[in-house]
Write a protein that binds this ligand. Structure first.
Ligand SMILES: *[C@@H]1O[C@H](CO)[C@@H](O)[C@H](O)[C@H]1NC(C)=O
Ligand SMILES: *[C@@H]1O[C@H](CO)[C@@H](O)[C@H](O)[C@H]1NC(C)=O
Ligand SMILES: *[C@@H]1O[C@H](CO)[C@@H](O)[C@H](O)[C@H]1NC(C)=O
Ligand SMILES: *[C@@H]1O[C@H](CO)[C@@H](O)[C@H](O)[C@H]1NC(C)=O
Ligand SMILES: *[C@@H]1O[C@H](CO)[C@@H](O)[C@H](O)[C@H]1NC(C)=O
Ligand SMILES: *[C@@H]1O[C@H](CO)[C@@H](O)[C@H](O)[C@H]1NC(C)=O
Ligand SMILES: *[C@@H]1O[C@H](CO)[C@@H](O)[C@H](O)[C@H]1NC(C)=O
Length: 545
């Protein structure tokens, strides 16, 4: 009977259960039977229970391990503000950012020139074959300002470019061209020499900025370097291997005169042209032609006769070209051209003006940012001194989006922008404190004030800081993704002949916002100053795309 019951229990478990309760109600007449009959079934359910709790436990354990036991990568604590000083030094208008010590916080690279370096364990000028004083590169930790490495690189620096990709993809290079013949690449992460040569520029050649990068010619995986020099009225070029610094071919003439500020322009079919400001406004030179002159060989470069034809038959505004910039266009790159009295956007392919803004006095290279979400705007400074205005123009149409008089002095630091999470940008401008009139001041008492602007509050400028030292270079960067935007300020003597105190300072933007002064432009906003500061301090930033 017991066996039968068991069988039945397996076939009709519920029915069996029912019956069991009936039996129970029947005052446990067959207690023993009952117990025996329940045992295998309850073992089954116990198994299920155990399996259930076991899997629950495993799940919880995994969650626990993932969230607590496996540590998040440790974030080194970043100081909100730091400063590093060099006595009896001069510095250069150069700042570069790179994560040198791989702590996921951007570090700062800059140049200074003095007779000794701050710590005694690194090389001196004489160790590298330079006389003192010589120029050093220093890399300082973005987190706390401690020196990561520093070393002499040149007697005096003419051109410098950092964060350059190297053929070994693990490293990146800083390339420095010295005024007196040195030409060196150092590993940005360690400061070690990657290669070093003496350059072959003519005795009286002046080196034109910037250092141009041309596509890899020698097939070593690194883009190669094109350096332009001017000798008398002639501009010459020389190409060097990016991974060894060896010259490729010899120097060749571009066949034009010209000035600093050259640009490498790539036409839609992939032909490379050097565009540079020259006496007859804008000059161009085919990289293919130049390369053939240098090496006597066919290179990897193309010729675009269609583009050349248009270039040769076009004229570019009136007056001297001051600045040239490649800007993203609808198809390929367009060219923003600033001449002495106009600002023009040229289509990169057919060179027709897309828009022109006349009656401008632009004495500083424009820069880009986003005023409307995901739409590029170009920022220009029109005029100088008390007449200076900041204009934000829609890059595609040239329409003025925002216009603000902001007096400054000649030689005031350059402005910059930083993308914010809402796909716009925060803009940072230097100006004079509005209450001070320029003629009342002794030049040495000049205070530059840093203003912050965000397009969501077009009627507000935040005065973040007053700086009285001479500012040589300035930038606002994102030290860590999505958080921790800070400014970096390089101050030092105005003249390279008079050494003085050189300082690099980092300041977190959010801290400056909390202590800032709110400047209402035009009609007062209804928000309180504190509410405005709060809105600015809640801004989130994103990395450049
Ligand atoms: C730099 O100069 C200041 C004042 O002249 C002095 O207090 C400081 O100790 C000097 N620092 C170094 C590293 O020599
Ligand atoms: C460097 O060494 C000299 C003597 O060797 C010493 O007087 C000086 O204080 C040292 N400087 C630093 C910054 O350690
Ligand atoms: C600065 O931070 C680095 C790591 O980023 C650390 O090794 C160093 O000890 C710190 N220096 C100071 C002075 O806190
Ligand atoms: C360099 O310039 C100086 C004076 O300007 C001149 O005497 C000298 O011959 C020039 N050197 C070369 C190689 O042109
Ligand atoms: C454009 O002018 C340059 C220099 O004057 C010349 O070398 C080139 O062949 C010209 N191109 C065309 C397509 O006419
Ligand atoms: C640029 O500034 C000058 C005066 O400095 C002014 O006459 C001119 O209208 C300004 N241009 C624009 C486009 O605002
Ligand atoms: C800058 O200086 C002016 C007067 O010199 C002062 O009114 C203003 O509050 C200062 N701004 C900041 C941010 O400290």
């Amino acid at each position: 009977m017991m066996d039968n019951k068991d069988l039945e229990a397996e076939i009709h478990p519920l029915k069996n259960e029912e019956r069991k309760s009936q039996e129970n109600v029947g005052k446990q007449l067959k207690t023993e039977d009952n117990l025996k009959s329940r045992t295998p079934q309850s073992r089954l359910s116990r198994c299920r229970t155990v399996a259930f709790f076991l899997s629950l436990f495993v799940c919880l354990f995994v969650v626990f391990v993932v969230s607590f036991l496996i540590p998040c990568p440790e974030r080194p604590l970043s100081e909100r503000m730091w400063r590093i000083d060099y006595n009896a030094s001069v510095t250069y208008d150069f700042l570069a950012m790179e994560d040198v010590n791989k702590d996921r916080i951007q570090d700062v690279l800059f140049l200074y020139k003095n007779t000794y370096n701050s710590n005694n364990y690194t090389r001196s000028c004489a160790d590298e074959g330079f006389s003192t004083p010589c120029a050093f590169v220093a890399a300082v930790s973005g987190a706390n300002g401690s020196v990561l490495w520093e070393r002499p690189v040149a007697q005096d620096v003419a051109l410098v470019e950092c964060a350059m990709p190297h053929s070994d993809s693990e490293t990146s290079a800083c390339i420095l061209v010295g005024r007196l013949g040195s030409f060196i690449a150092v590993n940005s992460f360690t400061g070690e020499t990657l290669w070093s040569h003496s350059n072959s520029f003519g005795e009286n050649a002046s080196i034109l900025s910037p250092l141009l990068q041309v596509p890899d010619i020698d097939g070593d995986g690194a883009s190669d370097l094109l350096i332009l020099t001017r000798e008398g009225k002639e501009v010459r070029g020389a190409i060097y291997s990016g991974s060894t610094g060896q010259q490729i071919g010899h120097r060749g003439s571009l066949g034009v005169d010209g000035d600093s500020g050259a640009l490498l322009h790539v036409t839609r079919i992939g032909a490379h042209y050097i565009l540079l400001p020259c006496a007859s406004s804008l000059c161009s030179c085919s990289v293919k032609v130049l390369y053939e002159k240098m090496t006597g060989k066919d290179g990897p470069f193309k010729k675009d006769s269609f583009w050349e034809n248009i270039f040769n038959t076009s004229t570019y505004g009136s007056g001297a070209v001051r600045y040239l910039m490649n800007v993203p266009g609808k198809a390929g790159e367009d060219v923003l051209l600033v001449s002495s009295d106009t600002c023009t956007l040229l289509d990169g392919q057919d060179l027709t003006p897309k828009w022109t803004l006349g009656a401008t006095q632009i004495l500083r290279k424009p820069f880009l940012g986003h005023y409307k979400p995901d739409t590029l705007a170009v920022v220009i400074e029109n005029g100088t001194s008390t007449d200076r205005q900041i204009l934000l123009l829609d890059l595609s149409t040239g329409a003025v989006l925002w216009n603000q008089p902001l007096p400054s002095l000649p030689g005031s630091p350059s402005s910059t922008s930083l993308p914010t999470a809402d796909h716009r940008s925060a803009f940072f401008f230097w100006g004079l404190h509005e209450l001070v009139s320029t003629n009342e001041m002794e030049p040495r008492d000049v205070q530059h004030s840093l203003y912050m602007f965000h397009p969501t509050l077009p009627g507000i400028l935040l005065e973040l800081a007053n700086v009285s030292a001479n500012i040589v270079a300035f930038d606002v960067i994102l030290f860590e993704p999505s958080r921790h935007a800070a400014y970096v300020l390089l101050t030092g003597p105005a003249s390279s002949d008079v050494p003085g105190l050189v300082s690099v300072t980092k300041h977190k933007v959010r801290d400056l916002v909390l202590d800032s002064r709110v400047v209402h432009l035009g009609e007062g906003s209804s928000d309180s100053d504190q509410a405005i500061r709060d809105r600015f301090s809640r801004l989130r930033y994103r990395s450049e795309v």
